[in-house]
Design a protein around this ligand. Sequence first.
Ligand code: IMP
Ligand code: MG
Length: 193
Amino acid sequence: MQVLLTPDQIHKRIEEMAHEIAVDFGNEPITLIGILNGSLMFMADLLRELKMPTRIGFLRASSYRGTATRPGTLDILPGLVPDVAGRHVILLDDILDTARTLSGVVEFLQSLSPASLKVGVLLRKRGRQEVPFEPDYTGFEIPDLFVIGYGLDFNDDYRQLSCIGVLDEANIDQAHHPEVISKAVHIVSLTTE
Ligand code: IMP
Ligand code: MG
């Protein structure tokens, strides 16, 4: 695994994003809505940097890209979304890839009549977007690589890494999971000493 972003780089950028949000909202109350599971770490770290009254909520969204279902079909489980009518909402996700997930979720949240709706992503992959979409807050633009860690998964693994890394093709096999985790922990300990 190659480290693409260290915990330090991630935290510095999240502090800056919190500042961008403060410039836009001042002390107005906001509601952060995170898309599970990927946004978990990003949400938790951004939340700690915000000074205005902030509520949180979550939803799940799964897109089906196979030929068996219509492309662009998005399943939204909104069970943990609080009442956002008349409130300022910032939707958060780990990564903007094709933008299909976020554009579907934005359409859903608009139907709940928030006072305003903005979107923040930690990562944005270059050259992958399939539908027009511009997030309001972007952490990092990254090349078209498959990334893991800091909430991002490969087959639901590796979310616990505190860095963001690129998995080597040779390590795609799940049997390498413990080695990848311990190597990542080692690399991160070197960068944070
Ligand atoms: P989109 O609808 O194609 O923009 O998909 C966004 C979702 O795909 C994200 O919420 C992630 O769950 C997942 N995803 C896209 N690229 C990656 C990646 O490089 N690593 C891990 N998950 C990814
Ligand atoms: Mg996700």
